[in-house]
Design a protein around this ligand. Structure first.
Ligand SMILES: Nc1nc2c(ncn2[C@@H]2O[C@H](COP(=O)(O)OP(=O)(O)OP(=O)(O)O)[C@@H](O)[C@H]2O)c(=O)[nH]1
Length: 259
């Protein structure tokens, strides 16, 4: 009887993973959601998505994570799914310098089709395969840091889906960046009081928690079993954004697509 608190509502965030074919986008998603790794993955065709519930800084989130096809020939199949995104992971592989060169193109493609403002959107740069031998590395951490600075991207992390290194941290980094940008947007709204959208009173009240978070990345998994590939009720009420999204951008359909 003691613990009768009503269940906390989960915020739904749409995350899109982009990058050249073979950098390990699908492996990253599989490791994060199911804690599995497969050596021989098929190329993704179009898009696929999976859900993952996590708790960060005491708040519950459902991440709806879209894995996209990195091959150019699937461009028309993947781009319609960029709209309504909250976070974008730009991936390259540490043993493939071309995949780093491609990041700018991926970012531009995303900005075009998601219709968001570059400097107000949470991009996370993810260098995958950091388990490789040092002699196989083609991309230095420093060179990517420099590229990120030029693009005004503040979040960069190296991961390994194979060795399960920093994979959850990459998604949490995205979430924290999203939260930070929401706080900034909220502060701007307060500052320009005359432009506050009065149709969103509930959303603004919810946002009081926004800047209060602390804690580390240790509180990730809500359920621990990581099998979040189901269609969650929360998906029918995706959250609205205060930042980044340009006006009148419709949400991508919340359906279980596998093209
Ligand atoms: N060494 C190492 N290899 C990895 C890692 N992640 C993925 N790979 C390898 O890279 C291959 C490609 O991984 P995928 O996840 O299919 O790559 P993708 O980016 O989804 O590729 P597309 O579907 O074509 O866009 C896999 O078959 C693995 O062999 C990693 O962390 N370390």
């Amino acid at each position: 009887m003691a613990n009768m608190r009503p269940p906390q509502k989960s915020k739904l965030l749409k995350v899109v993973i982009l990058g050249d074919g073979g950098v390990g986008k699908s492996a990253l998603l599989t490791r994060f959601v199911s804690n599995r790794y497969e050596e021989n993955n098929f190329h993704t065709i179009g898009v696929e998505f999976m859900n993952k519930d996590i708790v960060v800084d005491g708040e519950q989130y459902t991440l709806q994570i879209w894995d996209t096809a990195g091959q150019e020939r699937f461009r028309a199949l993947r781009t319609p799914f960029y709209r309504g995104s909250d976070i974008c992971l730009l991936c390259y592989a540490l043993d493939d310098r071309d995949s780093l060169r491609g990041l700018g193109l991926w970012r531009n493609e995303f900005l075009t089709y998601a219709d968001v403002e570059a400097d107000k959107f949470p991009f996370i740069v993810v260098g995958n395969k950091n388990d490789i031998l040092p002699q196989k590395r083609q991309v230095s951490y420093e060179s990517v840091q420099q590229w990120c600075a030029e693009q005004k991207i503040v979040s960069h992390i190296e991961t390994s889906s194979k060795a399960a290194t920093n994979v959850s941290d990459a998604f949490v980094l995205g979430l924290r960046q999203w939260k930070h940008m929401e706080c900034v947007a909220e502060a701007e709204l307060r500052h320009n009081g005359d432009t506050i959208d009065l149709t969103r009173p509930i959303r603004l009240v919810q946002r009081r928690l926004c800047c209060t978070g602390g804690g580390g990345a240790g509180d990730l998994d809500k359920d621990g079993n990581g099998d979040g590939d189901g269609y969650d009720a929360a998906m029918r009420t995706p959250s609205k954004k205060l930042f980044g999204q340009k006006r009148s951008a419709p949400k991508a359909p919340a359906t279980n697509y596998r093209l």
